[in-house]
Ligand binder design. Structure first.
Ligand code: DC
Length: 228
């Protein structure tokens, strides 16, 4: 099995802080940052644009195989698929509502996993998702499972929405968080769960900087993730 040196994986449920922690960690280490959720979002965007029914698994697989997702910035926020630059289109309500269905399709997952492994082959990367430590890169040296209580995660999500001027009922946000947890952890293919040898980090009572500090000290102890 390939040993992915200098690759840190971060998995965990929605709103656990994976993105901000992953990005900050990558910046500290001089690593690339890859948010694999954006790859599933890019294929979902392309499927909607191409009028492919979200229930048509074979067509979705073909679409994913024929249209590799290109990440064109080291911070992972510039994304291209099918000749379109889609970085700013990945969080529309349409994509939000369809992406968990598209990411359940095994053929789509196989195509994404192959692309993710190829992107990690040169090392020096923080890769974030749901199945990175369990399926994509189980042999990476440092696998983090970042979590926080559902209440805490819903509170963060609610605050984010407030900051964007969207006034939502907290209990509704909590229900949505729990529903996404259910979809992610109960799907048949590659459900969200910690790898057996992943390091569990509960961010409920920690700031982003504290979580990053913890992970950096662990990386230094392993001696595997040295800043370049
Ligand atoms: O992290 P996110 O909300 O951007 O993820 C979008 C969707 O993709 C979400 O339904 C979970 C799914 N996903 C996945 O199945 N596997 C990954 N490695 C990353 C995301």
């Amino acid at each position: 099995m390939t040993s992915y040196r200098n690759v840190i994986t971060i998995d965990g449920p929605v709103a656990a802080g994976k993105t901000v922690v992953g990005r900050t960690l990558a910046r500290h280490l001089g690593f690339d940052y890859l948010d694999t959720g954006n790859m599933y979002r890019a294929i979902t965007w392309l499927a909607i644009r191409s009028n492919i029914p979200i229930g048509d698994a074979a067509a979705l697989e073909e679409l994913a195989l024929e249209n590799p997702v290109r990440i064109t910035s080291p911070q992972g926020d510039e994304v291209e698929v099918g000749g379109h630059r889609v970085g700013t289109c990945l969080r529309t309500p349409e994509v939000n509502s369809q992406v968990s269905l598209v990411s359940q399709v095994s053929g789509v997952r196989r195509a994404m996993v192959d692309q993710q492994r190829a992107l990690a082959a040169n090392g020096n990367m923080v890769m974030v998702g749901r199945d990175i430590g369990t399926v994509v890169l189980p042999s990476s040296e440092l696998k983090i499972y970042l979590t926080a209580s559902a209440n805490n995660r819903a509170r963060r999500r609610w605050q984010e929405l407030q900051d964007r001027g969207q006034d939502r009922d907290f209990n509704l946000v909590l229900e949505e968080t729990q529903e996404r947890d259910r979809l992610d952890s109960q799907r048949q293919d590659s459900p969200l769960k910690p790898a057996e040898d992943s390091w569990m980090v509960d961010s409920s009572d920690l700031t982003v900087d504290q979580v990053v500090e913890l992970i950096l000290s662990r990386a230094n102890c392993l001696g595997g993730a040295t800043p370049r």
